[in-house]
Write a protein that binds this ligand. Structure first.
Ligand code: PLP
Length: 364
């Protein structure tokens, strides 16, 4: 057989039909997109261009340029995150892949609070690992008892993503502390995906697990806060032994990451995104108030997604109905073992959001 056994666990998504339907849409009201609708701030673009013109276009050190690594380290120190070593990665996606390769053996179990960012499940499966889901519905809270029930001798890792894609939930400190207690007792590693850590609407900042637990591998990035999705830049920080392995793996996979984006990222970490977050908070309010009377829905506290339950309880059927009305949203079954909710991205213009809300209210 030409194709590797590894890919046997990777099956085409069950919602392919929906994505096929969506592809045929002409000029849809598109609330499916997982990236900011703002462009990279002008001064950061200029910084990138300046470094291209200066000829900073070659391979860089595998672990990232020292001045960016130092900048990320000081950013994390200010946040109070525990780590021993930092590396620059090709987005959080790149960091996740290196972490999965470094940590997951066939048969290892990885605990994922459900709903979850879809890439986790597939990267675990790609390594021959077993994703083990901990239900967080209906309020998207982490319940220690549920975690304990799902632990086994094979549990290797817990993945936490807060603010969360797709629910928009920020797990409260007490929930995170509950998970830390469980991990500490069993000496388990936690991977914390903090990519949305600037998108916090009702508090000055959000708690992250790396602040409370030394055995945390923190992943973060530049895609969301500074709209740099296409520049492919992120970082990983955590225990030295793990980071050293990830750096070795990067050498033989990505080799190094985008040169000029690393220079611009140094500036990005000093570029305040408060105005963007304020604008997204208004979008959050617009969508939440537009939907709350017709849907069971939690108010998102972060990221840029809202995750209502659909009337009738069949998300895929609801999305097909929405597509027929020219609205594209994503069924929760992409991010969950349940097919009861839909993910709506509010990273869109107010005009598009307004049209989306009207359509959703009409078909609810
Ligand atoms: N982690 C989460 C939770 C995400 O939602 C995304 C993108 O949607 C990523 C990671 C990927 O980020 P990057 O662009 O840094 O690879």
């Amino acid at each position: 057989m030409l194709i590797s056994d590894r890919l046997r666990n990777i099956r085409p998504s069950g919602v392919r039909r929906i994505f096929d339907l969506a592809r045929q849409m002409k000029d849809p009201i598109n609330l499916s997109i997982g990236e900011p609708d703002f462009d990279i701030p002008e001064p950061l673009k200029e910084e990138g261009i300046a470094w291209i013109k200066k000829g900073f276009n070659k391979y860089t050190p595998t672990q990232g340029i020292p001045e960016l690594r130092e900048k990320i380290a000081s950013h994390l120190r200010k946040k109070g995150v525990h780590f021993e070593e930092v590396m620059v990665t090709a987005g959080v996606t790149g960091g996740l892949l290196l972490a999965s390769l470094a940590l997951i053996d066939p048969g290892d179990e990885v605990i994922l609070p459900d709903p979850f960012f879809v890439m986790y499940e597939y990267q675990i499966l790609l390594m021959g690992g077993v994703p083990v889901f901990v239900d967080t519905y209906p309020d998207f809270r982490l319940r220690g008892k549920e975690f304990v029930r799902k632990l086994s001798k094979k549990t290797k890792l817990i993945i936490i993503n807060s603010p969360n894609n797709p629910s928009g939930a920020i797990y409260p400190k007490e929930d995170l502390m509950g998970v830390v207690r469980i991990a500490r007792e069993r000496n388990l590693l936690i991977l914390s995906d903090d990519i949305y850590d600037d998108f916090v609407f009702d508090a000055p900042s959000c708690p992250c697990i790396g602040q409370f637990y030394e055995n945390t591998l923190t992943l973060g990035g530049f895609s969301k806060s500074w709209g740099m999705t296409g520049w492919r830049l992120g970082y990983a920080a955590g225990p030295k032994g793990i980071l050293q392995e990830m750096i070795t793996l990067q050498q033989y996979t990505f080799s190094s990451v985008n040169s000029f984006a690393q220079k611009a990222a140094i500036k990005a970490l000093d570029f305040n995104v408060k105005d963007y977050i304020e604008a997204y908070k208004k979008k959050r309010d617009l969508v939440y108030h537009g939907l709350k009377e017709r849907f069971h829905v939690q108010k998102p506290q972060g990221a840029f997604y809202i995750f209502p339950e659909v009337p009738g309880g069949n998300a895929e059927a609801f999305v097909e109905k929405a597509i027929r009305q020219n609205l594209f949203i994503v069924p929760g079954s992409v991010f969950s073992k349940r097919n009861t909710h839909v993910r709506i991205s509010f990273a869109a213009s107010d005009e598009t959001l307004q049209k989306g809300i009207e359509t959703l209210r009409r078909i609810s």
